[in-house]
Design a protein around this ligand. Sequence first.
Ligand SMILES: Nc1ncnc2c1ncn2[C@@H]1O[C@H](COP(=O)(O)OP(=O)(O)O)[C@@H](O)[C@H]1O
Ligand SMILES: [Mg+2]
Length: 235
Amino acid sequence: MAAIVEVQDLIKNYYMGDVTVNVLKGLDLVFDEGDFVSLMGPSGSGKSTLMNILGCLDRPTEGNYYLRDRDVAKMTDNQLSEVRSTYLGFIFQAYNLLPQYTVVENIELPLVYQGVPLDSRTKDRCIALAEMVGLGTRLDHRPLQLSGGQQQRVAIARALVNDPQVILADEPTGNLDSRTSVEIMQMLTELNKAGKTIIMVTHENDIAEWSRRVVRLRDGLVESDVRNEHPLGFR
Ligand SMILES: Nc1ncnc2c1ncn2[C@@H]1O[C@H](COP(=O)(O)OP(=O)(O)O)[C@@H](O)[C@H]1O
Ligand SMILES: [Mg+2]
């Protein structure tokens, strides 16, 4: 399989006054196209810092980051936002939906941020995505009228609207009960079977069992990197 995401000797420091916090200490990681990876590790080990860099929301202090053949670490802010909107989809623990907007409008949001004009064709696409995640009868509902699992399904549909190659999910089931978590993991498994590369942070072993590979960070370095030959959704 071809590499789709690759970081080399990735270093991230935060500078607080005269104190330097060295969070990522030289990470080397290659994620193949079509893989489904769990990032694990104790609190403070650098998972969110790495996800923010992979998501082009933050830049490494040193090191290289390649998305396919594109050298992300050297990009301007405009290039980064273009990469974000064409290659990447985001799913967050707290769903991050806008409460005043309907299901369909929330799914449309990445298009709005990208400056894509909304028309009947984009609307039909968003409705189709809402149907795909099982919310075809909730198109005009607002987030607060939905359960947590339904809100996360809206967020999944929103992450798909640009047809991204890579989906980054930071604790996507962190706020959900175990039954609803299974539904969300089944959905992510279907997306992975359809070819999407998924990189997911979780601290739950039950959730990591759905992925094909588990990378554990500790103190800014890779502690272990293990393939899971029998992910839950593929048994
Ligand atoms: N903006 C920041 N400024 C200073 N230190 C930070 C910042 N963000 C994170 N850190 C520190 O970096 C370390 C790793 O944080 P984080 O990546 O959030 O870990 P994780 O997601 O694995 O819990 C922690 O010690 C945290 O305090
Ligand atoms: Mg975190």
